[in-house]
Structure formats: C-alpha cells, structure tokens
Ligand binder design. Structure first.
Ligand SMILES: O=C(O)CCC(=O)C(=O)O
Ligand SMILES: [Fe+2]
Length: 280
C-alpha cells in the first residue's frame, strides 16, 4: 500500500496513534519518509503493526530519518552497525529503560527519535509506558507555566554499577556519572514548535539557580505531573510491532513485570543533522 493510503487511527487520549497498512521495509522514497516525519512530529509516537523488518531493513529504514548512533558499550545485532539489542533474560532482574526517561537527555544533543521493534515477547507483561510531554505542559496551570518558563535543568547519566539494586528512586537521588549538560525545562519542538516539558526522574539532577531541596521538589512535581494517567499511553506489544517515538516530546518507561521470562527488542536511535538542532 502506498504511503498516502495508510490509515491513521488516533483516539482522544494521549499518544498511541496507529499507522495501518504501512510496510516499513518498502519505505524508501523521500516523500514517504517526509510523511512519516510529519506524522511523528504531529502525533509524537507512532505504532506500526504487522511489520516484517529484518535487522538490516530496520537499520536501513531508520537511517532515512537521520544519522544513527549506537550507545557505547552495547552490542550490535549481527549484520548491523547501529542496531542495538535490548534483552532481558530469564535470570535477569534489571531491565533496560525501566524508569521514566527521555533517551539521552544527558547528551548535549539528545536523539530525535527511537525506533523499537518487538522480537521476543513475554506471554504477559513487558509493556512500555509513554507519556505525552506536550499535553503535560498544556495541562499545567498558567502560574506554573510562567514560573518554569525560563528555567534550565541539569541532566546527567545515571551510573548503574549494580543493576540488581537499581531502582528509579535510587537513580534519581544518585549524583550520576559523566558530564552534566543543561536543557530548558520547557522545550520548543524545532519542527512542530509545540512546547513540551523536559524534565525526567532518571536524568534530571538539578534546576539551575534553585537550592537542592527546591530543585528536588520541582523535579518531583513535574515528573509526577508528566506521568498522570491522562497523559500516559500504555503500549501492549504484539509480535510485529514497531514503535517510533519523538524523543523530545515524549518520555517512556519499560515495565519490569515479567520476571523469569525472556524479552528481546531491537532498537535504533536517530539523531538530527546538527544544522537543524533545537532552538528552544
Ligand atoms: O524495552 C522497552 O520497552 C523500552 C526500552 C527503552 O527505554 C528504549 O528502548 O529506549
Ligand atoms: Fe529509553
């Protein structure tokens, strides 16, 4: 089916827009890529059902949106240069992405999008939660919107030295590792121009100019606001699902509720060309 015949299904709630009829392995024209980008920037997250992407096809599909980068120290899927394997084995306790976060917010230029494909799913559980940070911003009171308008947050990667002990709370309170970077608390999407909240409990460490106590309180308040049920979509994975999210205007959390079972996903991370970086 051609891109202009795809069916776009969207409910009234946050996120979860489904694109039906697309076969991502045959997306190779610029016009189709541009259309997917427009859909992504408008809906913030897209669910493509019934896909049959080989690892190479997943990588090639992703590369059409911008340069790919692989997080250092992670193994690539065989025959690919950038496709990351996200696996939780039967014996593992820690799951990758198990606390609320925006990918790479600790980087000076975080990725534009992430494209995740289900490879091996548990029989039950293993959903991913997605929060709509544009809707979260719009649902703030005007007072809060003006209070946070010019604030900057410091982000830093968390250092998981003992994954089994890792918990979202512990990550938030830990000093973190790596270089600190700062981003506006209220971002402005470079393409849709929509404002979004950009604070997450995994990587946002401090609000510049606030005391530790004030800063913790505001990060907690905004983080809790972002993950209210009205702003969250819960994706129950099916075999063949590929989910693509705008990494500025959404946050996500992989639910770790399938102990003793294996789960495997393939993941590509797309960056923007440096000349079109965000200008909040
Ligand atoms: O495994 C998942 O559902 C999501 C993991 C995650 O945080 C990511 O791929 O960025
Ligand atoms: Fe993630």
């Amino acid at each position: 089916m051609r891109w202009d015949d795809w069916e776009i299904i969207k409910g009234d709630g946050a996120l979860g827009t489904c694109v039906l009829g697309a076969d991502l392995k045959s997306v190779n024209e610029e016009v189709a890529v541009t259309y997917i980008k427009e859909l992504l920037f408008e809906h913030r997250m897209l669910v493509f059902r019934d896909q049959t992407l080989t690892p190479l096809a997943h990588e090639q599909f992703s590369m059409q949106f911008g340069p790919l980068r692989k997080p250092p120290g992670r193994q690539c899927v065989a025959s690919t240069n950038f496709l990351q394997q996200v696996i939780k084995r039967e014996e593992d306790e820690y799951n990758f992405g198990g606390s609320w976060h925006a990918d790479g917010s600790f980087q000076p230029h975080p990725p534009m999008a992430t494209i995740l494909q289900a490879i091996d799913l548990p029989k039950a559980g293993g959903d991913t939660l997605f929060a709509d940070c544009v809707l979260a911003y719009e649902r703030l009171s005007e007072d809060t919107q003006s209070k946070i308008a010019d604030l900057m947050g410091i982000h830093r990667a968390h250092g998981i030295t003992d994954p089994a002990k890792y918990s979202p709370g512990a990550a938030h309170k830990s000093p973190g590792v790596g270089t600190a970077v700062s981003h506006p608390v209220v971002g402005c999407h470079p393409h849709s121009k929509k404002k979004y909240l950009y604070v997450n409990p995994a990587f946002t460490r401090q609000i510049i100019g606030f005391s530790d106590a004030e800063s913790d309180a505001l990060i907690d308040e905004l983080s809790m606001h972002i993950i209210k049920p009205e702003t969250v979509y819960r994706h129950q994975w099916r075999a063949g699902d590929v989910v693509m999210w705008d990494n500025k205007t959404t946050q996500h959390c992989a639910v770790n509720d399938y102990g003793g079972t294996r789960r495997e996903m393939h993941r590509s991370v797309v960056y923007e060309d440096l000349d079109v970086m965000e200008t909040p």
